[in-house]
Design a protein around this ligand. Structure first.
Ligand code: PHE
Length: 340
């Protein structure tokens, strides 16, 4: 009995001063199946019968003392993860954040911009609410031109001189008025036309228009610039053709077609069985436009072109309905995750 008392006192001191590890180490050493408390309990069989009751109490008290110490270690050291202040393991890999994707119109717009930037074109931007002069008059669009018709143009009711720009040529006018020649710009942006919404038309869409004005700029420069663009955008195998056309602000004017990317020129519904798809309008800037913007048309010449980003995007990604671009259906948009 005396021996037991001494042992218990000795272990109590040891336990009180325990600092060799965390709560779990303590539990294994003292309270586990092979632990010290169990071992001392085993001593009971050596205690004389008349002392058994007292020894039992002593041992029970020792067990409670040890358990109290264990609880104390557990709560104070937070099970050995003191450094983090919580149970979170900061070394685990994080849950991946769900990433959005760029809109296909933005993807193609950025692509077009970077192609022209490599040719030295700078990006110019302007207001979407324009006045009649910048959208029409300066561009040699006569008073009675159909594009001014209420059916094509959204006018702002407070002021009949204001409208939603129908093309980004208005930005070109603003740049020409600044008079910093030579001018080599592209104008990306949203434009508005009063059209019935369908798979092929919308009341707003996006354009990239380009303008180059310097001395001795020729139609050959225009063609080379656009050949380069098509090659970079659609690859070397795509064929290009120019058709004479008419725009009030260019003379001569042309429209540019590329061989249909969907059927490879064989003829399909997208190219209306012709094998060709129109992608842009272009021409040499009309001298009247230069004069209207304060540029000497005897000294300078220039070319301009304009394309719809939706059309290019539909060809590039084989999208058949224009409305998908503005409906924001996530199932459509997430197909472009990771695209650059
Ligand atoms: N502004 C014309 C349009 O919106 C495109 C164009 C630009 C045509 C420049 C010729 C030259 O349709």
């Amino acid at each position: 009995m005396e021996k037991l008392l001494k042992e218990i006192e000795k272990f109590k001191l040891e336990i009180a001063a325990f600092n060799e590890g965390d709560a779990e180490t303590f539990r294994i050493k003292y309270l586990g199946t092979k632990g010290l408390v169990k071992a001392i309990m085993g001593e009971m069989k050596n205690v004389a019968a008349e002392n058994k009751k007292q020894a039992g109490q002593l041992l029970n008290e020792f067990k409670l003392f040890t358990e109290a110490k264990y609880d104390e270690l557990k709560s104070s050291s937070n099970n050995g993860k003191k450094e983090t202040g919580s149970n979170i393991d900061l070394s685990l890999p994080a849950d991946p954040l769900p990433l959005g994707s760029r809109h296909p119109i933005s993807l193609v717009k950025n692509r077009i911009i970077s192609i022209f930037q490599r040719l030295g074109f700078a990006v110019a931007e302007g207001p979407e609410i324009e006045d009649d002069f910048h959208n029409f008059t300066a561009l040699n669009l006569p008073e009675n031109h159909p594009a001014r018709d209420m059916q094509d143009t959204f006018y702002i009711s407070q002021n009949p001189d204001w409208l939603l720009r129908t093309h980004t040529s208005s930005v070109q006018v603003r740049e020409m008025q600044k008079g910093n020649l030579p001018i080599r710009i592209i104008c990306p942006g949203r434009v508005y036309r009063n059209e019935t919404i369908s798979a092929r038309a919308h009341c707003f869409f996006h354009q990239v228009e380009g303008l180059y004005i310097a001395e001795n700029v020729s139609f050959a420069d225009l063609k080379q610039t656009l050949y380069f663009f098509v090659q970079e955008m659609f690859g070397k195998d795509v064929k290009v053709r120019f058709r004479p056309s008419y725009f009030p602000f260019t003379e001569p004017s042309a429209e540019m077609d590329i061989s249909c990317l969907i059927c490879g020129g064989e003829g399909c519904s997208v190219c209306k069985k012709t094998g060709w798809v129109e992608i842009l309008g272009c021409g040499m800037v009309h001298p009247n436009v230069l004069d209207n913007c304060g540029i000497d048309s005897n000294k300078y010449t220039g070319f301009a072109f304009g394309m719809g980003i939706e059309r290019i995007t539909m060809l590039k990604y084989q999208i058949k309905d224009l409305r998908l671009f503005s409906e924001n259906d996530v199932r459509f948009l997430k197909q472009f995750t990771g695209a650059v």
